[in-house]
Structures are given as C-alpha cells and as structure tokens.
Design a protein around this ligand. Structure first.
Ligand code: FAD
Ligand code: N01
Length: 528
C-alpha cells in the first residue's frame, strides 16, 4: 500500500480546516486535507435544512485574516443563510486554491502514534495511508450528530431527515411531519417547515430561550460603513469576552431601577440574539440579575404564543444563556398556526414509532416524515469517532472516559504532535466561533514554525499543565451560571459525573494565555 509522507494532515474542511491549510502552506509545510463531505464548508456543507443560517452577524461571523477578502465579499443579509456561507467558504477555497490538497468523500478512520518514528500513521476509509509529523483535527465541535432515543425508529416507513445531514432534495410540502428537537437548529427548521407542512407536530424536550433574530437585508451603505472600520471591529472582537466587536454594556442588572432595566432589556431584545446577553455585564454571573432578564424573556415568549398551555410548555426555567441562546425568525409565529402542534416529551414520552405514526403515552401522531434536530455529541464526538491511539497505546476514548482533557483546549498529553482546533477546554463554542478558530489556527501554525526553528521534532503537553488547565476551565465555569443548566456544554464521565467543556474565561483572556505560553518557550509542554 502506498503511504504518503507529509509534514501535516488536516482532518476537516470547514472554517478551521481551510484556514489551517492556508497557514501551513504559508509556513512552508507540506500538508493535505481530508474531508468526509463532498465539498468544503463543514457545518455549512452538511446543515442544509430549511431555515439554516448563522445567528452572529455575517460581517463578524467571517474570516478576518485576509483584508482584501473581507472588503471584496458582499454579504446580502445581516445573518447569512446556509447557502451564502457555503458559497463564501467555497470562494475562500478557490481563492487560495485549496481543493487540490483536500481528499473529499474520505473519512479518517484511524491515527496511531509511532513512537520510534515520532510520527502519526493515519488511515482513511478509502484505503489511503499517511505518515505525518503533525496531526491536526479540525473535525468540528458540532459535527457528530446525536441520535434521539426514539423507540422502534427503524419501523418507520416514511422519510427520516436529520438537520445535521439534510438531504436538500427532500420535498415535504403538504406532508405530515413529526419533528424532534427545539434547539437552534430545530427552531429554524420548524419555522421554515411550518410554511409548507400539511401538519407539523413538534416534539420538544427542553424549551429554549429564543430571541427574535431581526434578520433583514443589509441596508445601503451599512456594509460600506462597517468595512471602513473592519480592522478596528476585528481587533475589538479578538480581545473581547465572546468574540464580538461590541462588548457587554457596563452595569449590573440588579442595580438598575425597574423602568431603566426594562428599557435596556427591550433595546437589547430588539438588537437580536447576542444583544440580550450583552444588555448588562453580569447576566452570566449573577443569579438575581439573570432572573430579571430571564423573566423579561419568558414574558416575551408568553406574549408571542396565543395558546396559554403551549406558552407554558415553551417557557424555560433555567438561567438565561446557561444553554445556548437561539435566534428565531418566525418560530413562535409558527406555533400559532393551525397546522402546527407542540408535544412536550417530558410530559408525554414517546413510547413507539410505527410505520406511519409517532405514538406517545397520550396520543398517536401521523407522520409521512420524521425530522430530527436533537443536537450533537459536542466538542469531543468527532474526535472520539476516530480510532486515535497515542503514546503507549492510549486510546482517546478511554483517556477521555472521565471527561475530556486538553491543555489550552488544543493539545492532549500522551498524544504528541496532535492538535485539536476548537477542542474541549477552548473557548470556541462559547464565542463567535470563527474568531476562536482563527486564534487556534494561528497559534498552532506559529507553534509548528517555532518548533522547526528550534530544531525540535516533537511537542507534547505535560500532564500537570493539562490538569491545571482543566482545573482552571472548571473554576472559571463554576463562577458563572453556565453549570446551572443541563446542556451540551457538559461532558459526561463514566460514572455519570459532569465536566464543563468550553473555556468561559473569554476569548481575549484565552488569547493572552496562549501567547504567554508560546512566549515562555511553550510553557507546560515537553519538546524533543
Ligand atoms: P465544522 O464546520 O464542523 O467542520 C468539520 C469538518 O470535519 C466536517 O465537514 C466533517 O465532515 C469533517 N470531519 C469530521 N471528522 C472527520 C473525519 N474523521 N474524517 C474526515 N472528515 C471529518 N457558530 C457561530 O459562532 N455562529 C453561528 O451563527 C453558528 N451557527 C451554526 C449553525 C449550525 C447549524 C451549526 C451546526 C453550528 C453553528 N455554529 C455557529 C458553530 C459552527 O459549527 C462553527 O461556527 C464553525 O462552522 C465550525 O467550523 P469547524 O471547521 O471548526 O468545524
Ligand atoms: O442542538 P441542541 P442544535 N425528543 O443540542 C432535544 C449551533 N447552532 O442542533 O437538551 C425531543 O441545541 C434536546 O433536549 P435536551 C449552536 O451552538 C447554531 O439545535 O437533550 N427532543 C435539545 O433541546 C447550537 O447550540 C445555529 O433535553 C429531544 C434539542 O433536542 C448547537 O449548534 C443553528 C430529544 C437539541 O438542541 C446545537 O444546536 C443551529 C428527544 N428524544 C445550530 N432528544 C445558529 O446559529 C434531544 N432533544 C442559528
């Protein structure tokens, strides 16, 4: 079998993998990308479900590393739809001639560290083998879908569609659709499908706080005005808590007079998803302040839904923002339509799927199609799906069975020369992810270049540094309201415990820490 020898292999061709390839080339490393999909785009390649779009303004949810690209590219809407983001990433791949170095429709199935050679031996499902010095996992924190525990789903004879692997040739017009999941994906899909479904039954487990996205076409002059101050906006985002140019407004919600607090929350509500959490500086830290904002949001939900019983089911009881906030464009309006019903599976569990129905403890719901948006095996799923074996035969799944650990969220002790972009313990999923991705990629590229300059071949996180980092990740999380909700931010240990995975200390603080580690000669790493 032919084995290709390269400096680096990049797994995944989304925002992270594409930029990683660009940086590796720039630094003069030989590199190859491998992507399971037939094209570039990652999230935006796979999630073709109706209504899919970003909920961070596209002018911010985009690469900043190429000032010409950001000036040339024209966004049409405040929050671009999936197709437009996919076109953007395809354009970037063409602009940098990346596709010639990406093997599409190819999955990395195994990667084993060869101790004697100090290299990774990687295999794909197409029978290709790679012998690489560096293994870079740009596999996505939200790319491995989590299947729902629907009893007897195999018996269903209609179409089953997953938002995370949507078949965009599906035609559900006039059909009876049973839909599962009301997180960010589900909310968007429900709103869109309500436009054409014959009957749409929405099965909800945990309600979301959904804020009106207030999407609209970009106004004449608006894009030019932002482009004129792009450098300043990007710089602010890089050093901000969550990767946005605009920081949270100063002031603690609980210290405001009721009328002033309400006025500010109203302004923030109208600003779109990220606005509400930015209304005051302490919403993610102080229970009393958070509850003011949560009550405000619950009242908005109650006012949006005609049926009081439905509104009750849709009302979250956990702190605002402790699960990922959603952006809605017509979600609550959809639930007011005569062809849409809501089932709370906590009150009415699903007992069986038959050839053409979803059966609950309380009723039978006809279905021509079942659509599923039940989330992802977040942060670690795509990495654990690879047969990844490090030093001394350590398997990543086993190493992470008591919760994932990664120094700076980027590297794992026992897995030398391996980097995870947006890994557990990084701020990625708790931020404007593209801002985090750019930082991770630039740090990794610098690290590899520094290693080469210093004449070293191997870099590995020290176990103590890794433990200290994960303790810090936990301490920072415990000082916030995030752990108060059950969410995909938490990983599970084998005995049922919880590990909070993302770093909530802020993208600015994280960047400073990573830079400090590099400046101190890769403090917390062993180089050999
Ligand atoms: P991905 O885009 O997930 O790409 C990873 C790629 O790796 C995939 O294409 C996958 O096929 C490939 N891959 C994985 N394993 C293997 C393997 N073993 N072999 C080969 N290929 C493999 N974030 C925001 O900040 N703002 C938003 O508005 C926003 N909207 C989102 C909307 C949706 C529907 C979803 C699901 C996520 C959204 N996110 C958002 C998060 C989003 O995932 C990130 O912003 C970003 O796109 C992630 O890029 P990535 O390159 O890290 O990973
Ligand atoms: O997934 P989710 P998602 N029956 O995990 C429920 C990004 N994103 O794909 O939590 C009924 O949020 C489950 O309930 P529970 C964004 O970061 C962004 O929607 O397990 N329901 C949960 O409510 C986001 O956070 C955008 O109790 C069942 C829901 O399904 C992340 O991706 C758009 C169930 C899944 O929600 C993931 O979002 C899309 C069952 N059997 C995604 N099992 C935008 O920016 C689970 N659930 C716009």
């Amino acid at each position: 079998m032919m084995v290709r020898k390269l400096d680096a292999l990049v797994v995944g061709a989304g925002f992270a993998g594409l930029y990683m390839l660009i940086k590796l080339r720039e630094e003069g490393f030989s590199a190859q990308g491998v992507e399971a999909g037939s094209g570039v785009g990652g999230t935006w390649y796979w999630n073709r479900y109706p209504g899919a779009r970003c909920d961070i303004p596209s002018m911010e949810y985009s690469y900043s590393f190429d000032p010409e690209l950001e000036q040339e590219w024209e966004w049409t809407e405040r929050y671009a739809a999936q197709g437009e983001i996919l076109s953007y990433l395809d354009h970037v791949a063409e602009r940098y001639d990346l596709k010639r170095d990406i093997a599409f429709d190819t999955k990395v199935t195994s990667a084993h560290w060869d101790e004697a050679m100090g290299r990774w031996l990687v295999e794909t499902d197409k029978g290709e083998s790679f012998d690489v010095q560096f293994l870079i996992l740009a596999t996505g924190a939200l790319s491995e879908p989590k299947l729902p525990d629907l009893p007897n789903l195999d018996a269903f004879e209609g179409q089953v569609l997953f938002t995370a692997k949507w078949d965009d040739s599906a035609d559900l017009a006039g059909k009876a659709i049973c839909h599962f999941g009301t997180g960010s994906s589900g909310i968007q899909a429900v709103a869109a499908m309500s436009e054409y479904a014959g009957q749409l039954t929405v099965f909800q487990r945990t309600p979301s706080y959904a804020v009106p996205a207030n999407n609209r076409p970009l106004l004449p002059g608006e894009q030019e005005e932002q482009k004129a101050r792009y450098r300043e906006m990007r710089e602010a985002a890089k050093h901000s808590p969550l990767g946005f140019a605009a920081p949270p407004r100063p002031g603690k919600a609980k210290e405001f007079a009721p009328a002033d607090r309400h006025k500010r929350l109203e302004e923030a509500w109208n600003a779109g998803t990220t606005g509400l959490l930015n209304a005051f500086e302490d919403l993610l830290f102080d229970e009393t302040s958070n509850e003011f904002a949560a009550i405000f949001a619950r009242d908005k939900i109650a006012a949006s839904v005609d049926d009081k019983e439905m509104a009750r089911k849709l009302t979250p009881d956990y702190p605002l923002g402790s699960r990922r906030m959603c952006a809605e464009i017509g979600f609550y309006d959809a639930l007011n339509k005569p062809n849409v019903a809501l089932v709370d599976v906590r009150e009415e569990p699903v007992v069986e799927i038959t050839a053409n129905e979803v059966v609950t403890e309380k009723g039978r719901y006809p279905a021509d199609a079942i659509t599923i948006a039940t989330g992802f095996d977040a942060c670690t799923g795509a990495i654990k799906a690879i047969d990844l074996v490090g030093r001394d035969g350590q398997r990543i799944g086993e190493e992470w069975a008591d919760g994932p650990r990664a120094y700076l969220g980027l590297t794992v002790s026992g897995f030398p020369n391996m980097f995870a972009i947006t890994g557990p313990g990084s701020p990625s999923v708790l931020s404007n992810v593209v801002v985090s991705i750019e930082q991770h990629v630039e740090w990794v590229a610098r690290c590899l270049a520094d290693l080469r300059t210093s004449g070293k071949a191997v870099i590995e996180a020290d176990a103590e540094a890794e433990q200290a980092w994960m303790r810090h990740v936990d301490e920072v999380a415990q000082a916030t309201l995030f752990p108060r909700a059950d969410s995909w931010y938490k990983g599970r240990t084998r005995d049922g415990g919880e590990v909070f995975m993302p770093y909530v200390g802020g993208v600015g603080a994280y960047r400073a820490k990573c830079d400090e580690v590099a400046a101190k000669g890769y403090q917390g790493f062993s180089l050999g």
